[in-house]
Design a protein around this ligand. Structure first.
Ligand code: MRU
Length: 365
């Protein structure tokens, strides 16, 4: 997508073969790229959330393996790289998927590994872009239908939670891809952007990228969506996911479940957009997903820009109070109107998913 008129992906290779990413911890105030020259830097970028979002975590892990192979392509170093990267973030399944892809691609003589690894990582990135764009096209037809149902009056009001845009992927995004497609096709659209505490990926990243693309949007506190739904001010909700199990349960950024409950109560369609790389076919229920707990400091402190223009982090709560920072929650499939994938939209159920991905019937839990 475009930043100040220039097309960017979230991850790409520098001329000397290093990997470049956007430091998302500095957005929306500073657009800075960071050079990843080795495995440890790639692992740090994921752990520190310099890069984040399920598909981008997978892409960065793939390049992390490639950077490791550039330095030392031995079996031992490959195993070390995979284990180190696997431990960086537990919830998004794209990480494990990408590491499996890399391991399979690197079953070759050590001398061939570095080149092969960079080629496979690039393929993973290109494929993610294609999957997200296809999700955008399928989602667009849902948006157009909903716009007709609303009598083509006013903008289509769409609510989203967290950031599932191009910054969470390689390009386009998952939940935001249909929004970009709709906007580009001239469908009047307005997005309610959940702030998404504690790290505010909605307010800082979703709002930033929608703004850069010229999509009308309004940031709301996380607790506002239910009220807006009661007042008929949300036509549909769409979110991404970090892992969806074979029965259609959706794990996504903390707070998604509450939005789904409010949408269900108010008969607001609640869609989840995901590439098939985010489906964990081996798990039968969302309750089996490991849920990341992060440093309580993300809750008790907040970073912003001062009037003087500096980025500063300040404490906002009583220092002695305990704080719990759970990263994700699970929305049961029954609250999901449909899963929008690169192959089309299906009910959030095992049968629904297998209609689109019949080749997974033997592995689906
Ligand atoms: O903790 P993050 O920022 O890595 O969270 C991931 C997300 O961006 C969201 O949960 C998103 O909605 C799914 S990833 C497209």
């Amino acid at each position: 997508m475009r930043i100040a008129g220039r097309h960017f992906r979230t991850i790409w290779r520098a001329e000397n073969g290093d990997v470049l990413v956007i430091d998302q911890t500095r957005l929306p105030f500073e657009f800075e790229t960071v050079r990843l020259a080795g495995l440890e830097e790639a692992a740090h970028a994921i752990r520190s959330m310099m890069v984040r979002g399920a598909p981008l975590i997978g892409a960065t892990a793939a390049y992390g393996v490639a950077l490791a192979m550039r330095r030392d392509p031995s079996d031992a170093h490959l195993a070390h790289a995979v284990e180190l990267l696997r431990g960086t973030r537990p919830t998004a399944v794209n990480l494990a998927w990408a590491l499996e892809q890399m391991t399979a691609a690197l079953a070759c003589p050590a001398e061939a590994r570095a080149e092969r690894a960079f080629a496979r990582a690039a393929e993973i990135c290109d494929r993610d872009v294609a999957l997200c764009e296809a999700i955008g096209a399928h989602g667009l037809s849902i948006f157009e239908r909903r716009f007709q149902e609303k009598g083509r009056k006013g903008p289509l009001d769409v609510l989203t939670h967290c950031n599932a845009g191009w910054l969470a992927c390689v390009d386009w995004g998952t939940a935001l891809a249909p929004i970009y497609k709709a906007h580009d096709a001239g469908l009047p659209i307005h997005v309610w952007v959940d702030e998404t505490r504690p790290r505010n990926q909605g307010g800082s990243l979703t709002a930033y990228e929608l703004g850069a693309h010229g999509v009308p949007h309004t940031i709301i506190a996380d607790n506002t969506g239910g009220h807006l739904m009661q007042r008929g001010r949300v036509d549909l909700a769409i979110v991404g996911t970090d892992r969806t199990t074979s029965n259609g349960d959706v794990c996504n950024k903390i707070g998604t479940y509450l939005k789904a409950l409010a949408a269900f109560d108010n008969k607001v369609p609640f869609y989840v957009a995901l590439p098939s790389t985010t489906i964990d076919w081996a798990l039968a229920h969302g309750a089996e997903i490991p849920i990341e707990e992060r440093d309580a400091r993300e809750l008790s402190h907040i970073t912003g820009r001062t009037a003087a223009g500096a980025l500063e982090t300040v404490a906002i709560y009583p220092p002695a109070s305990a704080a719990l920072n759970v990263g994700f929650d699970v929305t049961p499939a029954r609250y999901v109107t449909g899963l929008i994938t690169e192959r089309g939209t299906c009910p959030a159920s095992r049968d629904g998913l297998l209609t689109l991905f019949p080749e997974q019937a033997r592995v689906a839990a």
